[in-house]
Ligand binder design. Structure first.
Ligand SMILES: Nc1ncnc2c1ncn2[C@@H]1O[C@H](COP(=O)(O)OP(=O)(O)OP(=O)(O)O)[C@@H](O)[C@H]1O
Length: 281
C-alpha cells in the first residue's frame, strides 16, 4: 500500500471536520473520495499532503525519495505572469531539481501541454492550468498524487482529456492517485475504488463499480418501440419519449432485457440511475 491514512480526526473549535477517517491507496490505483460540499475532503487531502496537522491519527507513505507525495489542493498554484516553461523551470529550482531545457519540454509534453505557447499562464484555460499543476506536482517523482476536485471548472472535452492523463499516470507510471469530487459521474468513470464521505465520516467504501451498482435503484432503457411493451406494465415505469425509466435492481436487468427482446423490443441503451439518497444514507 503506498498510502495508508488511519483514524484521522480533525476539529476546528467545536466543529469536528474529520471523525476517524481511514483511507488507503495502492500503486496503480485511482481512488475517489466522494462527498458533498463541506464533507471534509479538502481537509483530509491537506492532512495527507502534510499541510494541516490532524488532532489524532496517522498518515503513512510507503515511498522513498525526497518527495513521496505531490498534489493540487483546490486549484493549481501558478505564477500567472510566467509562461508554462518558466513556471516549471522555477518550480524545479524551488524543489532543488537540476533539469535541462529538453527535460522541461518533455515534462510539458508528458501532460499534453503545447510547447509553443510562450504567453503567460493567466491566458491558459482551466484544463491547461490543471495539466501544468499536475506537471509541477510530479516533479521529484512522487509515488502518490493527490488531486482535489481536478475536474471542477472544466468543459466536457477538458474533463475527458484530463481523465485520460490521470488514467495514464496510474497505469504507466504506477502512481497511487487520490481524487476528490462531489460529482459521482466524474469519479465513476475513472476510479477503481471509492470512499463516500458524509459530515467528516467515511460511510461507504469499496470497488467503485460495486458502490454504483449497490446504490442503483432504477435504469433507463431506450428502444424506438419501448412504449409498446406489455412486459413493462408489470414494473414501476415512467416514459419520456423512447426512454423508459424503470425502478429495478441490477440483478433484475437481464430478465427484463430478455422479456423485452421476446416482444421484439431491442434495447439500444441501458443506463443505471444512482439513488443519491441511498448512496448518502
Ligand atoms: N481552517 C479552517 N477553519 C475553520 N473551519 C474550517 C477550516 N477548514 C475547513 N473548515 C471547515 O471544515 C468543513 C469541511 O471543509 P472542507 O473544505 O474540508 O470540505 P470539502 O468536502 O472539501 O468541501 P468542498 O467540496 O465545498 O470543497 C467545513 O465546514 C469548513 O468550513
Amino acid at each position: 500500500m503506498i498510502l495508508s491514512a488511519t483514524d484521522l480526526c480533525k476539529s476546528y473549535g467545536k466543529l469536528q471536520v474529520l471523525k476517524s477517517v481511514s483511507i488507503q491507496c495502492k500503486a496503480g490505483e485511482i481512488c475517489g473520495v466522494l462527498g458533498a460540499n463541506g464533507a471534509g475532503k479538502t481537509t483530509l487531502f491537506k492532512i495527507i499532503l502534510g499541510l494541516v496537522k490532524p488532532n489524532s491519527g496517522t498518515v503513512n507513505l510507503e515511498a522513498q525519495g525526497i518527495k513521496p507525495i505531490g498534489g493540487i489542493i483546490e486549484k493549481p498554484a501558478l505564477y500567472e505572469y510566467l509562461n508554462a516553461y518558466d513556471n516549471l523551470n522555477l518550480f524545479c529550482k524551488i524543489q532543488g531539481l537540476k533539469v535541462s531545457k529538453g527535460d522541461i519540454l518533455n515534462r510539458l509534453l508528458q501532460v499534453g501541454l503545447p510547447i509553443d505557447r510562450t504567453d503567460p499562464v493567466r491566458n491558459f484555460s482551466m484544463g491547461m492550468k490543471q495539466r501544468l499543476g499536475i506537471s509541477i506536482a510530479l516533479l521529484n517523482n512522487p509515488k502518490c498524487l493527490v488531486l482535489d476536485e481536478p475536474f471542477s471548472g472544466l468543459d466536457p472535452l477538458g474533463i475527458s482529456a484530463l481523465r485520460k492523463l490521470i488514467i495514464d499516470l496510474a497505469e504507466k507510471e504506477q502512481l497511487a492517485i487520490l481524487i476528490s469530487s462531489h460529482i459521482i459521474e466524474e469519479l465513476s468513470k475513472i476510479c477503481n475504488t471509492m470512499y463516500v464521505m458524509k459530515q467528516g465520516e467515511i460511510i461507504k467504501s469499496g470497488l467503485a463499480q460495486d458502490i454504483i451498482l449497490e446504490n442503483t435503484t432504477s435504469f433507463s432503457f431506450s428502444a424506438p418501440n419501448i412504449k409498446l411493451s406489455e412486459a413493462l406494465k408489470h414494473y414501476d415505469v415512467m416514459y419520456k419519449g423512447e426512454i423508459a425509466h424503470v425502478t429495478i435492481t441490477t440483478n433484475q436487468v437481464p430478465k427484463l432485457i430478455q422479456e423485452l427482446a421476446d416482444e421484439q423490443i431491442f434495447i439500444t441503451s441501458c443506463v443505471p440511475e444512482l439513488d443519491m439518497d441511498k448512496l448518502f444514507q
